[in-house]
Design a protein around this ligand. Sequence first.
Ligand SMILES: C[S@@+](CC[C@H](N)C(=O)[O-])C[C@H]1O[C@@H](n2cnc3c(N)ncnc32)[C@H](O)[C@@H]1O
Length: 235
Amino acid sequence: MSLKNWDNETWLSSNSYIKSFNKFLIKETKLNKYSEILDIGCGRGKILGNLTSKLRLVNKPTGIDIEQHKDRDKRIIFNKIDAINYFKKNRKKFDLILLKQTIHFLPLKDINKLLLLCMNCLNSSGRIAIFTLATSKNEIPTFTKMKKKLSKSLKKDQKILRFINGLYPGSISKTFSFKVKISREKYVEMIKKRYISTLLNLSNTEILKGIGEIRSKYNKRINFKDKLICLLLKL
Ligand SMILES: C[S@@+](CC[C@H](N)C(=O)[O-])C[C@H]1O[C@@H](n2cnc3c(N)ncnc32)[C@H](O)[C@@H]1O
């Protein structure tokens, strides 16, 4: 099962989230209108689309993903391709290569390979920015089964982060935090659509039981912080 609903009508596709994320990104990676940008696992490309307008980018940014969405952003060059295969043909250099909540889909050996390929395509002052869910004090609302799966996947993410830090000891770590305010029923809809990868392999019965738990555990309005770790790598 694939992540078709990740940025589809969730807070992740809201203007306020994208604006706030891009403000953080521009500050941390010093982007400007001449920047060449690649987003690996770009989903619908809304982040890149917003960056194009906000920075008035001279060159359209490139977004790649193994999923192709009909409603993807038209302000970007989209390529439906696997991350590693993309670099077999690419000759372009980038100022920013973004991997937002995508790296955990790859096995460690491919992460090593992919980061080397990314490094080879960076301009001298370019940055690779890797974002993953905060591994400690994570506030994502969960039900029991989801919580178990999430902690397992966060442990795996911790391992990935340690692995990358080992490969690139000079990397800098920052935190991006976004205050989410969502109605419980909207969140239930997101769970039904399996918005996060930890939900992908649950059975329909487990999802229904989980929704029951969410309804009894949370108030009608749910407030929490969606926190991401950002690792910045340079040449
Ligand atoms: C959790 S979503 C994140 C989407 C987007 N970066 C965001 O944060 O809104 C992960 C995305 O990575 C894509 N993906 C997974 N493995 C990939 C690969 N090997 N190459 C390119 N994209 C991949 C998925 O299809 C999905 O769109």
